[in-house]
Design a protein around this ligand. Structure first.
Ligand code: UDP
Ligand code: GLC
Ligand code: MN
Length: 375
């Protein structure tokens, strides 16, 4: 039964974060949430994106951008772009709902998490960087104009210790760490993808029960390159990702390429032709996906050294045991990871005598290619 007075809420102040919001919304739908889906957006979001958001979310709410303009604290956080996360505060104005769960646009749901609505304001999981603070990427709250105004007033009077929403919310809900253990969500509801590597034994032991993955930090899934043919995320060479991070990235991209990209193609067609996407690697043409965005493609020579290693030797290496909840992640983890080479590199390898007789260079494949030229 749909529950119409409760909602999952996210935020996207620009088209780039909309890609994340669309994947998050789709992942909630895939896991059959009975709650409403709402997204807060600002005037920067293009009409094509609005159309796409409208097909996945029940409500798309236009709000004013709120920026902390606190470059001093944001510099300490090393994320100058996060001043606009004060816009998140608007979620308290959604008073058509009696209770909501806010989720960052860089989160991905791995199973149904509707049980979160049994929790009270303000419930959240510990922040992996400072566990006496909660992470504001996933939290349960109760919309209220009174709370909204108090938050704004608090922001004006005290600012935020990190220049963004998490510092502000932790100072405002300052008894979270000490008062009510029921308000501590398990870490599994906000698993920081970037830190699982630092506590690999715990991840191996508990990771199978992960419910929400959070791509926290400056590198977001949409900054990576992806080969849709092989369904492989390509590392940019500057970072080394753990197996688990790669698995989660692949899951994000699988959702993106199978559910979101076709939707964007449709909405892009029906909106004005002059609208340009901000991210070339997210263009409607799947073949361009491999190219990456300008920030990463220039640093990525088309060279197999940058292709990710096989994601995991077995799912058991990653998870202590499999279950339904993470089976989709586990399946992705054992996908063979064929080399992704440019046409030029393919040719070079062939000329050097590195021929994959049983795989892509098998006679059957060569014949298919020749046939396609003849037709
Ligand atoms: N956000 C946004 N526009 C921005 C930056 C952030 O809409 O320019 C929203 C988005 O929902 C995002 C959240 O604010 O997920 C928090 O930012 P981010 O996830 O980048 O922070 P992190 O979790 O990496 O600290
Ligand atoms: C955290 C949270 C994010 C928040 C940011 C800035 O990392 O994950 O939601 O916007 O800090 O406070
Ligand atoms: Mn985030």
């Amino acid at each position: 039964m749909p529950v119409t007075d409760q909602a999952f809420v996210t935020l996207a102040t620009n088209d780039v974060y909309c890609h994340g919001a669309l994947v998050l919304g789709q992942s909630l739908r895939n896991h059959k949430t009975s709650r409403r889906l709402a997204v807060l957006i600002t005037s920067q979001v293009s009409s094509a994106m609005r159309a796409a958001l409208n097909t996945i979310f029940d409500t798309v709410v236009d709000v004013n951008e709120i920026d902390s303009n606190d470059s001093m604290h944001l510099a300490l956080l090393e994320r100058l772009e996060l001043g606009v996360t004060f816009t998140k505060l608007h979620c308290w104005t959604l008073t058509q709902y009696s209770k909501c769960v806010f989720m960052d646009a860089d989160t991905l749901v791995l199973c149904n998490i509707d049980e979160l609505f049994d929790r009270e304001e303000l419930s959240a999981a510990p922040d992996s960087g400072w566990p006496d603070c909660f992470n504001s990427g996933v939290f349960v709250f109760k919309p209220s104009l009174k709370t909204y105004n108090l938050l704004l007033q608090f922001a004006n009077e005290h600012g935020s210790f990190d220049g963004a929403d998490q510092g502000l919310l932790n100072s405002f809900f300052n008894n979270w760490a000490t008062t009510d253990i029921n308000k501590h969500l398990p870490f599994l509801y906000n698993l920081s993808s970037s830190v699982v590597y630092t506590y690999a034994p715990a991840f191996q032991y508990f990771g199978k029960d992960a419910k929400v993955v959070h791509f926290l930090g400056p590198s977001k899934p949409w900054n990576y390159k992806y080969n849709p043919q092989t369904r492989t995320v390509i590392e940019d060479g500057s970072s080394s990702l753990s197996n688990s991070q790669l698995c989660f990235l692949q899951l994000w991209w699988t959702t993106y390429s199978s559910d979101v990209l076709p939707l964007l193609e449709k909405t892009q067609e029906s909106s004005e032709p002059q609208i340009q996407r901000e991210e070339p690697n997210l263009s409607g043409d799947e073949s361009k996906l491999e190219r990456g965005n300008p920030a990463t493609s220039s640093s990525l020579p088309a060279n197999e050294e940058h292709v990710s290693e096989t994601v995991a030797n077995s799912p058991d290496e990653l998870f202590a045991k499999k279950d339904d909840v993470t089976s989709s992640v586990s399946e992705l983890c054992i996908q063979p990871n064929p080399e992704v080479l440019s046409a030029e590199d393919e040719r070079r390898k062939w000329e050097e005598g590195h021929i994959d007789y049983l795989g892509k260079d098998a006679f059957e494949n060569i014949k298919k290619k020749l046939d396609s030229f003849l037709l």
